[in-house]
Design a protein around this ligand. Structure first.
Ligand code: ATP
Length: 235
C-alpha cells in the first residue's frame, strides 16, 4: 500500500533520512519508533509531499508518487495528521473538521457523510462541535486533529505523535481511538515515543535512529527485543 525505497532527505547539508526502506500493507497498523530527532516526522513529511526527497522513491497503491504534490497525494488516499495538532483554535470544532474535506468541497453529500461518521466515532466532538477548537482539552483537540484527517478520506493515515503532551489516562483513550480507526479499515502509520502502548496496538514496527531504519519486526519481536526494551520501553 505504501512503500519507501531508499529514501534520503537532506535539510541543506544535513542528511535527515538515509536510504530509508519501509513498506506498509493494506489494513496494517505500523509503528515508527525513535527518539526525538530520529527522523519520524521527516519520513511523514516526505511521504506526504511536503519535503522533496533527495533520492529514492515512494509508491502508493502500487503507483510511483515520488515528488507528487500534497493535495494530489490526499486525493489518492494518503492523509497526514501532523505533530502538534495544528488546529485553528478560534474556529469551531465543526469548521476545523470540514477543513479536512476541503479537496472534496464539490461533494457536499460525501462531506456530510464523512462528518456524520467522524462525529459518530467521537461522541464528545458531536457535543462540542460548535465550540472553539481551542477551548477543548488536549485529548479532545487531538481527536479533532484525527477527525479532520479522517475527513480527507484516508486509505493510509500518517499519525505523528498523537499522544504527545497528554495525561496517561487520555493517552490510553487515544490509543483505543487509533485502534478503532485502523479496525474501521484505514491503514495507519503511527510515529510514537510511547513505544510500549504503540506496539501493543500495532501489527509491526520499525525503529529509526539518526535517519536510518535500524530494526524492523512484528509487535511481539519488537516488544521482546532487549535493545528495544532498554532504549524505548525501559526495563
Ligand atoms: P520529534 O519527535 O522531535 O519530532 P522526529 O523523529 O520526528 O523527532 P524529525 O523532526 O524528523 O525527527 O527530525 C530529524 C532531524 O532533522 C533532527 O535532527 C532535526 O533537528 C532535523 N530537522 C527537522 N526539520 C528540519 C528542518 N526544517 N531544517 C533542518 N533540520 C531539520
Amino acid at each position: 500500500m505504501l512503500q519507501l525505497d531508499q529514501v534520503s532527505l537532506n535539510y541543506g547539508s544535513f542528511r535527515a533520512l538515509d536510504r530509508v526502506r519501509l513498506s506498509v500493507d493494506p489494513g496494517e497498523l505500523v509503528v515508527l519508533l525513535g527518539a526525538n530527532g530520529a527522523g519520524k516526522s521527516s519520513i511523514f513529511l516526505t511521504c506526504s509531499g511536503i519535503h522533496k526527497l533527495s533520492s529514492g522513491s515512494v509508491r502508493l497503491n502500487g503507483q510511483d508518487v515520488t515528488g507528487a504534490a500534497p493535495a494530489a497525494l490526499v486525493t489518492r488516499g494518503l492523509v497526514h495528521c501532523p505533530e502538534g495538532r495544528k488546529l485553528f483554535p478560534m474556529m469551531s470544532v465543526r469548521q476545523n473538521l470540514l477543513l479536512g474535506a476541503y479537496l472534496y468541497r464539490g461533494d457536499k453529500a460525501g462531506t456530510q457523510r464523512s462528518l456524520d461518521e467522524v462525529l459518530a466515532m467521537f461522541p464528545i466532538l458531536q457535543q462540542k462541535q460548535h465550540d472553539p477548537a481551542g477551548s477543548l482539552s488536549g485529548g479532545q483537540q487531538q481527536m479533532v486533529a484525527i477527525g479532520r484527517a479522517l475527513m480527507g478520506r484516508p486509505k493510509v493515515l500518517l499519525l505523528d505523535e498523537p499522544s504527545l503532551g497528554l495525561a496517561p489516562l487520555v493517552v490510553k483513550q487515544m490509543f483505543d481511538v487509533i485502534k478503532q480507526v485502523n479496525q474501521s479499515g484505514v491503514t495507519v502509520v503511527l510515529a510514537e515515543q510511547n513505544a510500549y502502548q504503540a506496539l501493543s496496538i500495532a501489527h509491526r514496527g520499525y525503529v529509526i535512529e539518526r535517519g536510518r531504519i535500524v530494526l524492523e519486526g512484528s509487535r511481539d519481536e519488537l516488544l521482546g527485543n532487549a535493545e528495544v526494551r532498554r532504549a524505548y520501553i525501559g526495563g
